[in-house]
Design a protein around this ligand. Sequence first.
Ligand SMILES: Nc1nc2c(ncn2[C@@H]2O[C@H](COP(=O)(O)OP(=O)(O)OP(=O)(O)O)[C@@H](O)[C@H]2O)c(=O)[nH]1
Length: 569
Amino acid sequence: MKELFDKLGGKPVTYVLGAVLLAVLVDWSGITWRMEQMVVDTELRLVRAPVAGDIAIVAIDEKSLREYGPWPWSRQLYARLLDHLQDAGAGTVAFDILFADPRRDDAEGDQAFAEAIERHGRVVLAMSSDRDISSGTVSEILPRPLFARPAAAIGHTDLPIDQDGILRGVYLQAGSGAARWPQLALAALLLDTNRKIAHLPGHESVRGGYQGQGRWIRNHRILFPFSSESNPVLAFSFADVVEGKVRKSLLAGKTIFVGVTAQGLQRLFLIPGGGNWLMSGVEIQANVLSALEQDALLTELRGWPRWIVLALLSALGGMVVALYRRNCVTKGLILGLLVTGGASLILLLFFGVITPTIPMWVSLAVMAFLANRRQVLYLQYSSGRDTLTGLCNRRSFEEHYQRMWRINERHQRPLFLLILDVDHFKRLNDAMGHLHGDEVLRKLGAYLKSKTRRAGDRACRIGGEEFAILLDMDEPDMQRVHGYAQQIVDDVRDLGISYSDAGQDYCLTLSIGCASMVPGESSTPDALFDAADQALYQAKKAGRNQVWCYESDKQPAAPNAVEDKLYGQ
Ligand SMILES: Nc1nc2c(ncn2[C@@H]2O[C@H](COP(=O)(O)OP(=O)(O)OP(=O)(O)O)[C@@H](O)[C@H]2O)c(=O)[nH]1
C-alpha cells in the first residue's frame, strides 16, 4: 500500500485525475451545497446590475397609505392609476397584486377598474396558489373574471425560496397540474415586445404538459443578477402618480409594475449577496424583467456540462498542486485555489456561468494533503536510506537492529546477522574506475534488497563495500542461514561482474560472516556484531568467496569465544 502510494504520489497525473474525480464526487454528493451557495452569493454580489431604465415601480408605500388610508383601497384608485399611466404614455402595466375576490361594498370601484383595464389594453394581472394543508394539494387563485377577461395577460407570482431561506432565482413557468402560467415579468415582456419566445431560457426541469392534479409544477428556473442597494429600481409613490405629481415624461414608454412596498403589508425576500438585503416581490419582478430584456441571465451548469467544466477546472488546479508537490505543497495549494477560483470568477463575470467552486477546492485541499503526506514519508524514508544503493543506511539499520533485538529477547528467539564484504573491491576500483565501482555497488544493493523480503529482514550498507543483513527466521536454524548466505555468494559470483587487472581476468565475489545469538542479559547486540565480524574475518582469511558462521548456544558469548564455534565451507 505504501509503495503504491509512493509510486502514484510521484506522478502529476495522479494529482490531476485525483482532483477531477474527487471534485465530481463531492459535487455529486451535494455535501458542500450550503458552502457552495455562500460562494455563489458572494460572487453574485460582483455581478449586480442596475435595472433597465425602461422599467419602473409604482409603489403602494407609506406615503400612499397616509394619503388614501388603510389598504386595500377601493379599486377605483387602480382605475385612476391606469388612466393616468395611459395618459402619460406608459407601456404595459403589471399588477403584483391579486384581485381574486369582489369588493362587495364597492361594486362600482370594481367595475371602474375592469373598464380601465379594458381601456388600457396592456394590463397584466397576477395569479397565485393556495395549498390545502390537509390534502397537500395546491389550487390556483386567479383574478376574478371581471378583471381577468379584459386583462391582456395573467402571470404567476410564485417566488421560490431555497432551503437556506434565500431567493436566488425564479421559475419562468408555474401552475397547478401543469406549469402553464408565465412569471408575471415574463408575461409583461411577451406583451411589451409582442415576442414569442421559441425556447424559454433557464433549466427545463419538467418536460411535457400535465403533471398531475393538485401538484404545483415549476419549470424553467432562471438565475439573474439582482440590482444593487446603491442602484435601486426606479420607483414612484402610488399616490404621487395618481395625483399627477409625477412628470408624464418619467412614465412614458416604461413598463410599470404596481405592487406593495409599505412595511408590514408585503412579504420581503432575502436575496443573495451577503448581508440582510431584502427585496419586495414587486422589486424582484422588475429585476426579472430587466434580466430577461437584456438577456443578462446567469447559467447554473447542470448535468454533463457541469461535470465537464468541473473536471477541466479541477484538472487545472490539480496540475498546479502537482507542479509544487515536491518543493512547496502549501504554495501549490494556494495557487491552485487562486487559479480555480479565478477561472470560476472569469466564467461568471464574462460568460455569466456559475461553476461549483467548493468541490474543486475540497479536492485540491485533499490532493495537497496527500502530496504533503507523501513528501513527509519520502523525507522520513530517504533520511534512513543509503543514497547510492537505496538500501537502508547504518543509522536506520541500527534502529531496526535494536528493535528486533528487544522483540527476540521477549520471545527468546535467536537473531541472525550476516556481514558481507566485497572481495578485492579496491582492485576493481583501480582497474575499472570509481564510477564503475559505484555501479557494481548499486547492482549488489538491488540484489540484496530482493533477498530480504520478510517484514523483519533488513539489508543495509554499513560501510564502503560492506553490507549487513539481519534475518528474521521462522525456524531458527544456522544451517538454513548458512545455505541462505551461500546462495548469495553463489549468486554474486554468477552475476559475472568481471574485470581485468594487470593482464589478468577477475570475477567479482563476496565473503560473508554469519552469527546468531539469543538476546538475553548476557548477550549484547555488539557481541553479535563482533561475532559476525569475526566470522567474516575468517572467511576472508580462508581465501574469500565463502561463508563462515558463528553459532552461539544460549550461553554468554564472549567475543574471544567466537573462534571456537566457527565453521566454514
Ligand atoms: N566505487 C566505490 N568504492 C568505494 C566506495 N566506498 C569504499 N570504496 C572503496 O572500496 C575499497 C575497499 O578496499 P579495502 O578495504 O582494501 O578492501 P578490498 O579491496 O575489498 O579487499 P578485501 O575486503 O580484503 O577483500 C576502497 O578502495 C574504497 O575506496 C564507494 O562508495 N564507491
